[in-house]
Ligand binder design. Structure first.
Ligand SMILES: [Zn+2]
Length: 152
């Protein structure tokens, strides 16, 4: 059983996009806006029902999301992250069906590897033109372990 962990958008301005959600739809008033110096992004995170939205803005003109917008000529839905129970099993099944692992451009790693919220992997194949991310969300114990290793 999988569900949508988050939908990540590439935007030119987090503030402007967030304001539109707030004024036009009345959502996102509780958004957390974080500037991540290490990954050089500004991100707004909020929930729409059970789905987490992430609005991503690169801090640099040649950043990951700036580049993506420049390549397509427009902002848009960058990827959808699906939560899976067992990422190794999910990947094994996807690869058996002809799927291909995609490089994580942030970590430079193929296949399952730890991210702040869980083990993630990317697939080369897209659905409806949207990049696929899989995540096995950490248990509270795994989250503690990740934080202690990273010294967070
Ligand atoms: Zn990564």
């Amino acid at each position: 059983m999988s569900y949508i962990k988050h939908m990540a958008y590439a935007v030119k301005s987090v503030d402007e996009t967030l304001r539109r959600y707030q004024t036009l739809l009345g959502i996102g008033h509780d958004a957390r806006v974080v500037v991540a110096e290490k990954s050089r992004i500004k991100v707004a995170i909020f929930n729409v029902g059970d789905v987490e939205y992430q609005l991503n803005e690169s801090l640099d003109a040649d950043g990951r999301f700036s580049q993506w917008i420049a390549d397509r000529g427009t902002e848009g839905l960058h990827h959808i992250c699906y939560a899976v129970e067992d990422i190794d099993a999910a990947l094994e099944s996807a690869l058996e069906e002809g799927g291909t692992l995609k490089l994580c451009s942030v970590c430079n790693v193929f296949g399952s590897h730890p991210h702040p919220e869980g083990y993630v992997a990317f697939l080369e194949e897209e659905t409806g033109g949207i990049e696929l991310e899989l995540m096995q969300v950490y248990t509270p114990e795994e989250l503690e372990q990740y934080k202690s290793i990273r010294g967070i």
